[in-house]
Write a protein that binds this ligand. Structure first.
Ligand code: GLP
Length: 259
């Protein structure tokens, strides 16, 4: 794992945007997009770069997860959120922005179809990730199998509470979601997890330096040959080897590029 500690949220976003921009040099880049507040600064930075000439016209995107039970077009569905915060503001073809098919007649069928769509597209080049306060990635709650595939999950009450800030009525937060599994996420070629703020210090320390365990789903990144964790000072504050990570990054050889 590569751990990059940045002074602030903007510096973190700039590094993550560099990684995405490098992937966009491919003829058919496949991006894995995350919702939540953590990647928002990265999306703003990519929109800024798009205004400066960066094109996403040749890219395809797959969302990590989606709520079950919100009506189509609901403002807080992840499909709406990603459109509003990112994809509607760049030149990616909306038809190539994919989300789990939560409105299909068969949800298990939609899960299989989503896996197949990712596979047929050639797999994800760069998967952006946030981390939940309980260590979830996507919506893989604690005890999710480290080999899990896209499936229906029930949210913990703590995740529902965390996400209630986006809804008028906390009762509106769905109980169920459709999420890429941890096994699905681990098949992406490059995992990039971004976390900022003091509330992420504990889950980051456990995910990076704690044991590999289904109780801390983000610890599964320890299994991946190419995982980059980008954190600001606050989110890095409980990392025991922080000085080592700073030294590694300062000495990063110039030939070690993002592609
Ligand atoms: C939700 C999303 C996750 C995200 C998490 C953290 O649960 N499904 O993908 O990582 O929230 O959100 P935030 O970045 O707002 O802290």
């Amino acid at each position: 794992m590569e751990i990059i500690i940045t002074p602030d949220v903007e510096a973190a976003a700039s590094i993550v945007a560099d990684i995405v921009e490098a992937a966009l040099a491919k003829p058919h880049p496949i991006l894995g997009l995350a919702t939540g507040s953590s990647p928002l600064a990265t999306y703003r930075e990519l929109i800024r770069r798009h205004e400066g000439g960066l094109s996403l016209a040749h890219a395809t995107a797959f969302l990590l997860d989606e709520y079950i039970g919100l009506e189509p077009g609901h403002a807080e569905s992840y499909r709406s959120v990603i459109g509003r915060e990112f994809t509607d503001q760049v030149d990616i073809d909306p038809a190539r922005v994919h989300a789990p098919g939560v409105h299909e007649a068969s949800l298990p069928g939609a899960c299989g179809a989503y896996e197949e769509a990712i596979r047929k597209a050639g797999g994800v080049d760069v998967q952006l990730l946030g981390i939940g306060n309980d260590g979830h990635i996507g919506f893989n709650e604690p005890t999710s199998s480290l080999g899990s595939r896209t499936r229906i999950k029930t949210l913990t009450e703590s995740s529902r509470r965390d996400n209630a800030r986006f809804f008028d009525d906390p009762e509106e937060v769905p109980h169920h979601v459709l999420t890429q599994g941890i096994g699905t996420i681990l098949e992406s070629r490059h995992l990039v997890l971004v976390a900022t703020g003091a509330s992420k210090a504990e889950p980051i320390a456990l995910a990076v330096e704690g044991p590999l365990t289904a109780m801390m789903p983000a610890s599964a990144l320890q299994l991946h040959p190419r995982a980059t964790i980008v954190v600001d000072e606050a989110a890095a504050s409980k990392l025991k080897l922080a000085d080592y990570y700073r030294d590694v990054f300062a000495r990063k050889p110039s030939w070690q590029t993002w592609t």
